[in-house]
Design a protein around this ligand. Sequence first.
Ligand code: AMP
Length: 249
Amino acid sequence: MKILVPVKRVIDYNIKVCIKKDGSDVDLNNTKMSINPFDEIAIEEAMRLKEAGIATEVIAMSCGTLASTDVLRTALALGADRSILVELEHNPEPLAVAKLIKVVCDKEQATLIICGKQAIDDDSNQTGQMVAALLGWSQATFASEVKIDGDSALVTREVDGGLETLKVLLPAVITTDLRLNEPRYATLPNIMKAKRKPLDTFSAADLGVDVSPRLTLLKVLEPTKRTAGVMLENVDALIGKLKTEAKVI
Ligand code: AMP
């Protein structure tokens, strides 16, 4: 069984996001970028399935500018066998990514796609679901446990009321939640080895996919700053303020 893991290059989760002065977009200049944390979890899950003898090959793919090569190298250092870059001039929208993943999946004859539940830059949470729809495959989103059982996958999901376990027929798309696993660290020897692992590059035209944007970003604003709190003497003072200033009672 081949597993395809789409990985996205996003602003590192430790970094405070800055907005361009003209409010036209997020400022990516001199900003540390990393593999999307949910995609690191996806690679780890794929690796565990390979180590358990269930998967035969793990292929990482990314759609973006040439800079996305770095997240593919990370995926390779974490154990992926090879990687595919779909090189684009701009960051694609989820529908375009889903179409590209579908074409790569058809080419590679993968049986399982494990992707993140969401990319932490746009928080779209759309790609996995769209890929499943385009392929006509089963989908199990927000996985916190995955077990392969013959021609099916048993996927546990954390839902409001507790834990839900779905049995989905393979081929399938699974999206990862935070508690699915704890990704391993890439060791130095594996980082070195990753440099020699295959990285194939295609353009969107090679794959016959139209990636032109369908959405227009109008404006990006900082969240409004919270004003500083005030210490009050006692409960009566608080009630007075709630009546006279906040006018909530
Ligand atoms: P999203 O729907 O944008 O929140 O992303 C959900 C998941 O889709 C991510 O965690 C990745 O696994 C995958 N994905 C999104 N964008 C890309 C991209 N440009 N390249 C590769 N995979 C992506």
